[in-house]
Design a protein around this ligand. Structure first.
Ligand SMILES: [Zn+2]
Length: 277
């Protein structure tokens, strides 16, 4: 645990926000630009600061379940590719001094930030609109920044970290560019389904599963739901392949099985809809 006042490079720790997943998250102040950030500290060979989420415009007082439909706006998602050079490399999630960063990959990703932004802007709002219109819950943020990274650390819901390594067209396991939108959507849905966590009968039903599996049930149901509604059958096929056959994590596979083969995705969608008042 870090304590308030402690400094991590340019970030001054203010308070813990939470922990879980792969690290601890703190509210902090970016002293260079005097704005709030959320920083995530990961256990690793060395403790690293993976990324900073700039939480400008956080609508933290909103009660998602009670929000009227007219208040539901599409959040603006900014793809950021922070310059590196401070003691942390936020783009690789590693200390530069450790020599972990693959500089060619970092440059390649940085050079294509605008392209990733355009890709999201073109398709992302369609995904969100389908969900907003059918579920009717408000999204907790009006603006959000997605930190693009080339680290092997997988994407995490808080802060929003999007690993673009497999979209750079280098290496053996490159993924279709369209999957980028899907990946961002997936991470956003982790935030969207927060209100269901404590009230879900389905989560109780599958309580014996690992928590990461539980955390993916409603997210994956929304993925399937949105892809079906958008008629994106190729993407759905690819996602199915990814979740069922790619090597770890196993909790992805299990959650996808429950949502597809055991329970079906509709009950999860209905639970989310039931939160709309
Ligand atoms: Zn996830």
């Amino acid at each position: 645990m870090l304590s308030p006042g402690q400094k991590l490079g340019p970030y001054e720790i203010l308070a813990p926000i939470g922990s879980g997943g792969m690290g601890e998250v703190y509210r902090a102040r970016d002293t260079r630009r005097d704005r709030s950030v959320a920083v995530k500290v990961l256990p690793s060979r060395v403790t690293v600061l993976a990324s900073a989420l700039l939480t400008a415009g956080v609508n933290s007082n909103a009660a998602p379940a009670a929000a009227a439909k007219s208040l539901i706006n599409l959040p603006k998602i900014d793809m950021v590719y922070p310059p590196y050079g401070s003691i942390f490399d936020r783009t690789s999630g590693e200390f530069l001094k450790q020599g972990q960063a693959d500089s060619a990959l970092i440059r390649a990703a940085g050079a294509r930030r605008a392209e990733f932004q355009a890709r999201w802007d073109r398709v992302g709002p369609k995904y969100l609109t389908v969900v907003w219109d059918s579920i009717g819950l408000a999204f907790p943020y009006r603006e959000m920044q997605a930190c693009l990274t080339v680290t092997s650390i997988s994407s995490m819901s808080m802060p929003l970290i999007i690993n673009v390594r497999s979209f750079l067209g280098q290496g053996d396991n490159s993924r279709p560019q369209e999957d980028f939108t899907e990946t961002v959507f997936h991470e956003l849905m982790h935030h969207y389904v927060m209100p269901v966590r404590n009230v879900s009968a389905l989560r109780r039903k599958y309580a014996a599963e690992p928590s990461t599996t539980l955390n993916h049930l409603h997210v994956m149901a929304l993925e399937k739901f949105a892809l079906l509604r958008l008629g994106k059958t190729e993407e759905l096929k690819h996602l199915d392949h990814l979740y069922r056959t790619e090597p770890p994590p196993a909790y992805y596979k299990r959650a996808w099985e429950i949502v597809n083969d055991i329970e079906g995705y509709s009950p999860f969608i209905e639970e989310l809809r039931a939160l709309r008042k």
